[in-house]
Design a protein around this ligand. Structure first.
Ligand SMILES: [Mg+2]
Length: 464
């Protein structure tokens, strides 16, 4: 989450601590997602994930400022995760390692061990799926759950949240923070509020009062530009925004303005999407200058395929079909699709299929835009089972992913992508549940640059 650093005090575990802070204006607008909506949505977010895994595995690192993201403060690249001890020095995700080294001279710098974190992530997601099938993983270390229907087996949502936290701790040695509410928006903000090892439950009807005292930058869709514009209207907190007439916001920000007022009241209608309910994962890019250069076009398709495959692996799902989109300089757009020989989450087969589909459509034309999308998604990976051969390929790909995280996604270790002239291949994906809503999202860091990052394609940082 954005806006303010997390509270430093550790929450207690008594029943009273799980309740939402009774702050703000209880008499204020109290609308929930819809009257009578039960608070069954959970957001589960591992605390300082990469650093916590390292501290778990190497006891000598416990209590020390651990900075995951590279070999040392002289490395290029950025901080992926800082332990809470390092955060006391001001070290934050996405910060250049050099800056982190200056702020925290005694910091212990570690490389990103992508294979280990992916495996750990799968273990945690498998735990979550024991409590409901309605799990939407949104990054390597966080997921939304809808536990409506699980209550007969596991108790009310707050109890489910406690059981999940305990199971994660007992089985992986890691801590997670959980928010519980009537919507993803409330659950997400709640999970961030009392990190680490936090639990915040917002009862139905108390959303607006819960949000009111928080800075407006915590709301999805409020980036630095919007925050500045809102400040000119005298809006500092979400409560300030909630009392503004929606008309005024609509005049100033268009439809986005009306959405913001709804969110300020805690209203968010986006349901928890299960992986197999998700329709597609795609990336597209528009060239700075229309091009007919086959080398540029093919390299772009490769970059897009890499990005799609990386996200599929991150979500533990595979695609059965590839769709390409080709728009020429005259704005004529064609889409072509073909099934893959077998479901995959690897870049190479996706690229081969995309190239075969796109080549006839690109011939003799100047191309303005290319897109690669994977569809017919399934989740065969829920138990982490791969064939031996596939397991080897995955290990290789995950090692590449780790490099990508370490050095940034523009420096993928594929020789063909290293040529100059490659357009930025990874754009915000409109099918991502977070990107779809213009989420300004994914970390509690104050730096705008962090908040503007796309959570899924994010090359180096994981949410705290
Ligand atoms: Mg996290």
């Amino acid at each position: 989450m954005s806006g303010t650093p997390p509270p430093t005090r550790r929450p207690g575990r008594g029943p009273g601590d799980a309740r939402a802070p009774r702050i703000g204006t209880p008499g204020g607008p109290g609308a929930s997602r819809a009257p009578g909506t039960p608070a069954t949505i959970l957001h589960v977010d591992l605390d300082a994930f990469f650093a916590a895994v390292e501290q778990r595995d190497r006891p000598e690192l416990r209590g020390k400022p651990v900075i995951v993201g590279g070999g040392g403060p002289d490395d290029r690249g950025v901080v992926s995760t800082a332990s809470y001890e390092a955060r006391k020095f001001g070290v934050r995700s996405a910060m250049p390692l050099r800056t982190a080294g200056r702020l925290c001279p005694d910091g212990i710098f570690l490389p990103v061990d992508g294979t280990k974190y992916q495996a750990e992530s799968r273990r945690v997601m498998t735990i979550l799926r024991r409590f409901t099938s309605r799990v939407e993983q949104v990054s390597i270390d966080e997921a939304f759950l809808d536990v409506a229907g699980s209550e007969a087996l596991f108790g009310p949502p707050e109890q489910i949240a406690r059981r999940i936290k305990a199971a994660i701790h007992d089985e992986t040695g890691l801590t997670a923070s959980v928010g519980v509410g009537t919507s993803k928006l409330i659950a997400k903000i709640g999970s961030d509020l009392r990190k680490p090892d936090g639990l915040v439950v917002v009862p139905p009807g108390e959303e607006a009062a819960f949000l009111a005292p928080l800075p407006v930058s915590r709301l999805w869709g409020v980036g630095p530009a919007t925050a500045t514009a809102l400040a000119e209207l005298g809006v500092a907190t979400i409560g300030d925004l909630a009392v503004l007439p929606p008309d005024a916001l609509t005049r100033r920000f268009g439809k986005h303005g009306a959405d913001l007022v709804e969110r300020a009241h805690g209203i968010d209608r986006d349901p928890v999407h299960e992986p197999d309910a998700m329709k597609s994962v795609g990336h597209e890019t528009t060239f700075d200058h229309d091009t007919s250069d086959p080398e540029v076009l093919e390299r772009t398709l490769l970059g897009l395929s890499d990005g799609v495959a990386w996200r599929l692996r991150g979500m533990g799902i595979r695609a059965g079909t590839v769709v390409v989109k080709v728009r020429d300089s005259g704005f004529r757009t064609v889409t072509r699709q073909a099934p893959l020989p077998e479901p995959t989450d690897l870049a190479e087969p996706i690229y081969q299929a995309a190239l075969a589909l796109a080549r006839p459509e690109m011939r003799g034309k100047r191309i303005r835009l290319l897109g690669v999308t994977a569809t017919h998604l399934d989740a065969p990976d829920q138990l982490g089972l791969f064939s031996a051969d596939e397991d080897r390929r995955h290990r290789a790909m995950e090692a590449a992913d780790a490099l990508k995280r370490k050095f940034g996604d523009r420096t993928i270790v594929r020789a063909r992508l290293l040529d100059k002239g490659l357009p930025a291949p990874f754009e915000r994906d409109p099918s991502s549940p977070l990107a779809r809503r213009g989420v300004d999202e994914a970390s509690d860091e104050p730096e705008p640059v962090t908040r503007e990052r796309e959570p899924d394609a994010d090359a180096g940082t994981e949410d705290v």
